[in-house]
Design a protein around this ligand. Structure first.
Ligand code: GCU
Length: 437
């Protein structure tokens, strides 16, 4: 072939390639522009929620026994249609203490563990950071939650180990080239009021979510997914576990460690907590693992506490498009088709019953549909009542700055999408009145 001809061919190839690139970009720009969230209550579509329980459960002499069966049925549906199935293959967990010391001027004990999970396919480890009150006698109830950017971001202690895992590029969290650096220390401390928690007599433990499974779409080739290559193999398996399910499973492994290796924490009184995507995770963790004494979902929104059928703010289609790795393949069938979902999020909250659950929203966080979160909690409370709890204390959607404590608790904080001291003050009361009794 002459040099001239091959040059012309290459040019043709290059322009075809550039055109394809342009079209793909254009398509995603159009796609992104096409989505207009609905923030108008009058435009919420008509919907019927799937029932919490069926007629047989309602007619049973022993509701609690009948609910156990219904609960398993719902759990199966959520795993199959939404979050993906967690593995049932054998694994081993070990918990190695890596560091401990005093913190907060001697008020707190800080401990760091490496949680190692082993299967026939390999080993995966993550760090667990634990604070407990120094002077407490015996094991204390504790909060356990994932964090977004690494354990070193939650407090200023220079001893906190810095994660080596992939981190989302965010300059103000000290992330450089998707890796955490010293500059990130304590940058999320406002979300983790450790001193306030320890002063109230409780412990708090955290794990970086990306240490369990990195938060990007890679067809589940990394994180804890790699430990179970034969579990729903191939990215096409429609009920393959998504990242939220993997994070929730990781929280259960952290609970293994807290229960068996951390003497200062009472493993039977650990409340799983999370904000936003990690609040979706705390609800799923509490639903799948009944050892959690309760769950707190802070501004968890779509795929968390908010009713999918309202399609208010973020929708099923939108979340499946922006974060295709969070849920399983089956969930994509419900894009713009929420009424076909065999479940909705009131049923997810009910899976916690009779254990205490707290759903919280923020007044300016419309993307997460505060009212949809409230309605899901209120509707779920019917199961709690049947199981012996007092009725849900709020009859109507509260004003910003209001809420009510109970076995099913709810509040609407004034302000934006976040978790702050105002929220935590209420979570501490919830711990005191509903868990630590
Ligand atoms: C995005 C996403 C939400 C999620 C939130 C977060 O806004 O759309 O579903 O809750 O990120 O985790 O911060």
């Amino acid at each position: 072939m002459s040099t001239k001809l091959s040059f012309a061919l290459r040019r043709q190839f290059l322009s075809a390639f550039l055109m394809a690139l342009l079209l793909t970009n254009l398509a995603s720009v159009i796609n992104a522009q096409k989505f207009e969230p609905n923030y108008d209550e009058s435009k919420v579509p008509a919907y019927d929620l799937p029932p919490l329980w069926d007629d047989t459960t309602a007619a049973a002499d022993d509701f609690a026994a009948a609910w156990d069966g219904r609960r398993l049925e719902l759990l199966g549906l959520f795993a199959e249609q939404m979050y993906g199935q967690q593995p049932t293959e054998a694994f081993q967990v070990s918990c190695e203490k890596m560091e401990s010391g005093e913190s907060l001027n001697g008020k707190a004990l800080r401990q760091q563990y490496q949680v190692n999970i082993e299967t026939a396919a390999g080993k995966h480890s993550f760090d667990l950071l634990v604070y407990t009150p120094k002077l407490s006698e015996g094991a204390v109830p504790a909060f356990l939650g994932l964090n977004f950017y690494g354990n070193h971001t939650v407090a200023g202690d220079p001893e906190i180990r810095i994660t080596k895992s992939w981190c989302r590029a965010t300059a103000d969290k000290g992330v450089v080239d998707n890796r955490a650096t010293e500059a990130g220390r304590s940058t999320s401390a406002l979300r983790w009021p450790i001193e306030m928690i320890v002063d109230a007599g409780y412990g708090v433990a955290t794990v970086y979510c990306g240490d369990i499974d990195p938060d990007y779409d890679d067809n589940f080739q990394n994180g804890v997914h790699t430990l179970f290559p034969d579990h729903r193999p191939g990215p096409q398996a429609p009920d393959r576990w998504g990242t939220i399910s993997a994070w929730a499973w990781g929280l259960s492994r952290a609970l293994d460690c807290l229960s068996h290796n951390v003497d200062e924490v009472d493993g039977s009184r650990v409340v799983v907590i999370g904000h936003s995507r990690l609040g979706k995770t705390s609800l799923w963790a509490g639903a799948t693992d009944e050892r959690f004494a309760g769950a707190i979902s802070n501004d968890s929104g779509c795929g968390g506490a908010a009713l999918s059928r309202r399609a208010f703010g973020e929708t099923v289609e939108r979340i499946n498009t922006s974060f295709p790795h969070w849920f399983c393949g089956n969930f994509k069938q419900y894009n713009r088709n929420e009424n076909a979902l065999p479940v909705d999020q009131h049923q997810l909250i009910a899976l916690l019953a009779p254990r205490p659950v707290y759903v919280a929203s923020a007044s300016q966080d419309e993307w997460a549909d505060p009212k949809g979160e409230f309605l899901a909690a209120k509707t779920a409370s019917a199961v709690y009542e049947k199981l012996g709890s007092k009725p849900f204390a709020l009859n109507a959607f509260p004003q910003p700055g209001e809420g009510a404590l109970g076995t099913v608790s709810y509040h609407l904080r004034e302000g934006e999408h976040d978790i702050n001291t105002w929220d935590w003050e209420r979570y501490l009361k919830f711990m005191q009145t509903e868990v630590d009794r």
